[in-house]
Design a protein around this ligand. Structure first.
Ligand code: FAD
Ligand code: SF4
Ligand code: SF4
Length: 1006
């Protein structure tokens, strides 16, 4: 087994050909693709032998048959979000998430459904919601975890105290055995009376049940009696008339007098069979909920109180500790929630939810919770009492906001930029509630002993708390600590008769330790089960049984030969540790949690939303970069065609910068890679035309008819397509002879100050200046009407107008961008130093001053200081007006202009939380109802939408939600978009004219 692509075993080329020929779906054997499937959300890395993305079930069957013929192992994969290494192997990976993701049957009356394994939990629940149902195993990764993967891991949600784990909610599984036999695993009578004696399952099921009968006593003795146990095989499901408490059976009851054999597959991590159809038990969606936030002055008190709160029958009790509260307070997105809910400075919070159809009953229980806390001796500031009490939250949006903070817990921690990271290996042990306080104290002491620490959070109600000690697994010393902590922790858990795996499964990190918990005899039984179902050991070998050592460096993401990047970065990455000026550390921030595979609200990641290809997710890109930087994809991989292909559909929307839980900023990384590529291969004509636009724009605008000929002479665009790389399907922005000229307007910085007026500098960007000057005129009119004196800044050389340099950054010409930035900084600094705000219209240009400028000039503290000053004063028009509004300084007399407006936010506006100000400012217009379109990137993204190779994807991005919504607009409705590109895309895709907010405000001036 190996983690390095260069040493990994390769699949025979004839086998690759056979797979490619016989499989309808995609097959991948190239190093970049293999590398993208070599990791899950654990610390491990194992190179696959090949990747199959089956189009249908037949593809899976064929892959199995071909792999079996060749004796090649197979690894099923869903979202790849496992934390223990169960979704990595030197095997043929079968990615079910892309195509095998349908809801096959829904029986509302009996609350049952049948799904394909690749369906994502949130997508399933969206389909169930209209029927008042849901699938209640609410894992934190619900936006990308698949039912196949959840079944494979026996996943558990925060409400497992009420709904149980996957095992309690899966009724049957159709599966493919390693030898290709399709079998139905479901309820069976004890004597197999209903099974056909001649059927293949008969003998198998008979043997399995015999094992259950034989081992019944051992299982009763050794299986931990806790609410959460997901380690090992569920052979307790084979015990006749099963009733092992604490393993789901108690909740559900096995089939009366029989067994449900699908439960053996639940939690088997792809090692026993491949699930093809999964039958699920559904629950009514609770109509109402309330949340009690119990405050404690000490962590121990919170842990001790849990057992007493659980007896009130809540839907969950979730822990948030002091460190997490403090970290959340530091995140702008979460700060208001924390400030609004948390009283004083508690060491721990327990979030207690009561849910059901009767809100009065929920409220009654909430009151009872307060009383219970009182009975336990907690009161706010009363002598003789422990400090603490309950903050009641009945408002659903406040409840969701707080739960978001709790769910983001791990991610908030993972955003730690140091080399040491919170490592997942003892993070989900489960003990009885009566032992919880003592267990957490002892484990904290173990961390202390090894010189590390951990933050505690999550599922207090079931005695399964998450905690990740901070370690740097690149260091042998920390790897040794990992083993020592694991051994001491798991011994202690065994002492409590708890489970060392209460949620995340076994994989590589836990399987080796099973003997501690289950004993040798049970391990032999597990092996017997594995051998009976997969005698040749072809299904995800080395997991659950016959596992490697957890600390085998050859299996770690940071293997023995993990190299420091030999690369000189041009941008400033100094906030991160590691080589290439911190670039390598920034890339390593991706922990594979897969949040970038979500398809619902937000921006991230438009290209993945269109293609659903792992390559086009932020994770896929970050993994390729990590492997390339560390030399695992061969020489020059960073600047190779494969890397360019990997980054091609990244539209630099900055969605990941804001929404990736660890802040992976792929837009900036792409610029760095493009710069390195230019260093090797130079720049093509297309990119040259895009980048240098600000430098030739003033000439083009003097004779606009000439460049405009391309779209006037029929066929010319087509002729030029091959040379310029601009798609003939798209018209280019039209050059204007009336481009904006501030000098003509007499409004440059030299104008005499007018003491009674407040000054602002209006930054005339290249796009509005040359293609839509009316927007600048509109902004001028609005600001003037508001009583502001509008100034324009000029470059010292006065040769040509200022430009932020974004076009250069978009192709990787970092040095040229720096030249533009220096002109801008030098021109704006005098204004900024006398406190004049810089106001811009085009989000991508103005926000470049606040974002990318901070990464230019690495090591130049003078420039960096100037950039910081400018960034602090640079605002979009709507941000400026909104700020003035809030301080009561805005005087705009506006009249009604329309009844309804559809607002599309530019993705950079969203990345910088600058969309709310647009909504606020539009709220000044009387009678205007604004609907904000729930959209990702419009797809135009600068020059992306014009490229011959990217035109189709660009339109597909727009069709995801933006264009369909714009088409709903009535003729009199307004369509508002502040981005030049967005307006162009809307016009091309829907023939609707979208306007900048400045235009709307101008038309509303009385
Ligand atoms: C930030 C974060 C938070 C998490 N929170 C939770 C949580 O709240 N609760 C929880 O339980 N887990 C949690 N997890 C772990 C993980 O997300 C869940 O276990 C999830 O259900 C895995 O789904 P997946 O689609 O990513 O599975 P994968 O990782 O793709 O697969 C999981 C296992 O199932 C097997 N498998 C996949 N498809 C099939 C198939 N068709 N047939 C047979 N075997 C198959 C795989 O081989 C693998 O062994 C979290 C992980 C992260 C990174
Ligand atoms: S890029 Fe961010 S969101 Fe995507 S897997 Fe990596 S850390 Fe998670
Ligand atoms: S910048 Fe946008 S398109 Fe590029 S990886 Fe991030 S979210 Fe995806």
């Amino acid at each position: 087994m190996t983690n390095n692509l260069t040493q990994a075993p390769k699949l025979d080329s004839s086998l690759q050909r056979r797979l490619a020929l016989e499989i309808q779906g995609a097959t991948h054997f190239d190093p970049f693709s293999l590398g993208r499937y070599a990791t899950d959300a654990s610390v491990y890395q194992m190179m696959p032998l090949g990747v199959i993305v089956p189009q249908n079930l037949e593809d899976v069957r064929k892959s199995f048959a071909i792999a079996r013929d060749a004796g090649v192992p197979v690894l099923p994969r869903g979202g790849g979000t496992s934390q223990c290494g169960q979704t990595v192997n030197n095997a043929l990976v079968i990615d079910t998430s892309r195509h095998l993701n349908k809801l096959l049957e829904l029986d509302v009356e009996n609350r049952r459904c049948v799904v394909e394994p690749g369906i994502v939990l949130d997508h399933l629940n969206a389909a169930l919601k209209p029927h008042g149902l849901w699938f209640p195993v609410d894992v934190s990764t619900s936006s990308r975890a698949t039912i196949g993967g959840m079944t494979g891991n026996n996943s558990c949600g925060s409400r497992s105290i009420r709904y149980g784990t996957m095992r309690d909610n899966v009724d049957a599984i159709d599966a493919l055995l390693a030898d290709g036999t399709p079998l139905h695993f479901g309820p069976v009578a004890p004597d197999l009376a209903t099974a056909n004696k001649a059927s293949p399952e008969h003998d198998l099921f008979r043997d399995l049940l015999a094992l259950g009968a034989r081992e019944a006593e051992e299982i009763r003795q050794r299986f931990p009696d806790v609410a959460r146990r997901v380690g090992g095989y569920n052979i307790d499901a084979l015990v006749p008339a099963n009733g092992i408490p604490g393993n789901g059976a108690a909740l559900n009851g096995e089939t009366a007098g029989g067994n449900n054999l699908s439960h053996l597959l639940v939690g088997s991590e792809g090692t026993l069979a491949y699930s093809t159809r999964i039958e699920l038990r559904l629950s009514p969606l609770p109509q109402t909920k309330v949340l009690g936030v119990c405050h404690f002055a000490s962590f121990y008190e919170a842990m001790d109180a849990t057992q007493h709160l659980v007896s009130l029958d809540p839907a969950f009790v979730e822990l948030v500790d002091r460190t997490m509260i403090d970290l959340a307070r530091d995140v702008a997105m979460y700060r208001p929630t924390i400030e609004g809910v948390v009283r004083g400075n508690p060491e721990a919070l327990l979030l207690v939810e009561f849910a059901g159809d009767d809100q009065n009953e929920n409220l009654r229980r909430l009151k009872e919770l307060g009383e219970r806390m009182g009975d336990l001796g907690f009161a706010w500031n009363e002598d003789g009492k422990h400090w603490g009490g309950v903050v009641e939250i009945t408002n659903p949006s406040e409840q969701s906001a707080l739960m978001e903070v709790r769910k983001a817990g791990l991610n908030i921690m993972m955003s730690m930029k140091s080399e040491g990271k919170p490592i997942s290996f003892v993070e989900d042990c489960a003990v009885r509630l009566t032992d919880l306080a003592e267990y957490t104290a002892r484990l904290t002491a173990i961390f202390d002993k090894h010189g590390t620490r951990g933050t505690w959070y999550a599922h207090a109600s079931v005695g399964c708390l998450h905690v990740r000690p901070v370690l740097n697994l690149k260091l042998d010393e920390d790897l040794r600590k990992m083993r020592a902590i694991a051994e001491e922790a798991f011994d202690m858990v065994a002492e409590y008769k708890g489970s060392h795996s209460g949620e995340h499964g076994d994989g590589i990190v836990r399987s080796e330790h099973h003997e501690r918990m289950f004993g040798t005899r049970m391990i032999r039984s597990f092996e017997e089960v594995k051998d009976r179902l997969d005698p040749e050991g072809l299904l995800n070998p080395g997991k659950i049984v016959r596992a490697p050592k957890m600390d085998e460096r050859a299996l770690l993401r940071y293997g023995a030969d993990y190299k420091e990047a030999d690369f000189r970065s041009l941008l400033d990455w100094s906030a991160y540790p590691g080589a290439a000026g911190g670039f390598q550390g920034a890339v390593e921030m991706c922990n594979n949690n897969g949040a970038c595979r979500k398809l619902d609200a937000g921006v991230m990641c438009p290209s993945y939303r269109v293609t659903k290809d792992e390559r086009d997710s932020v994770r896929g890109r970050a993994n390729s970069l990590r492997l390339a930087l560390s030399g695992q994809l061969g020489p020059d991989a960073l600047t190779s065609d494969d890397m360019i292909e990997t980054l091609k559909l990244c539209v630099a929307c900055k969605g990941c910068k804001r929404e990736c839980p660890t802040g992976v900023d792929m837009s900036k990384m792409k610029t760095e890679v493009l710069a390195a590529r230019i260093g090797k291969q130079g720049l093509g004509l297309h990119d040259r035309l895009v980048a240098y636009l600000p430098r030739y724009a003033s000439y083009a605008s003097k004779a606009p008819w000439l460049p405009n000929l391309r779209d006037r002479i029929p066929g010319l665009a087509k002729v030029m397509e091959g040379v310029t790389g601009f798609s003939a399907k798209r018209k280019l922005p039209k050059w204007r002879s009336d481009s904006f000229d501030e000098r003509a307007a007499g409004m440059t910085g030299e104008a005499a100050p007018e003491p009674d007026k407040r000054e602002v500098v209006l930054l005339a960007d290249t796009f509005n200046r040359y293609f839509e000057p009316e927007n600048l005129h509109a902004a001028l009119a609005v600001l003037s009407a508001g009583g502001y004196k509008v100034l324009f800044a000029q470059a010292a050389d006065s040769k040509r107008p200022l430009c932020c340099g974004r076009t250069f950054l978009s192709v990787g010409l970092i040095k040229e961008a720096e030249i533009e930035a220096e002109r801008v900084i030098d021109a704006l600094l005098p204004f900024v130093e006398r406190g004049v705000p810089i106001v811009g219209l085009e989000p991508s240009c103005l926000l470049t001053l606040r974002d990318e400028y901070g990464a230019l000039f690495p090591g130049d503290s003078i420039r960096q200081g100037q950039v910081a000053k400018i960034a602090s004063q640079a605002v979009l028009l709507e941000e400026f007006l909104s700020r003035e509004m809030e301080s009561g300084d805005l005087n705009l007399d506006l009249k009604p202009v329309a009844e309804k407006a559809f607002l599309h936010g530019h993705c950079h506006q969203k990345a910088f939380a600058a969309l709310t100000p647009v909504q606020r400012v539009l709220g000044l217009i009387p009678d205007l109802k604004v609907e904000t379109i729930e959209s990702s990137c419009c797809g135009m993204a600068g020059a992306f939408g014009y490229g011959t190779e990217t035109y189709d994807t660009s339109l597909q991005m727009a069709e995801l939600s933006l264009l369909p919504k714009v088409r709903e607009a009535a003729p009199d409705d307004l369509v508002i978009a502040d981005g030049t590109s967005c307006r162009h895309q809307i016009a091309d895709g829907s023939q609707r004219k979208a306007q900048h907010v400045a235009q709307i405000l101008k038309s509303a001036l009385r």
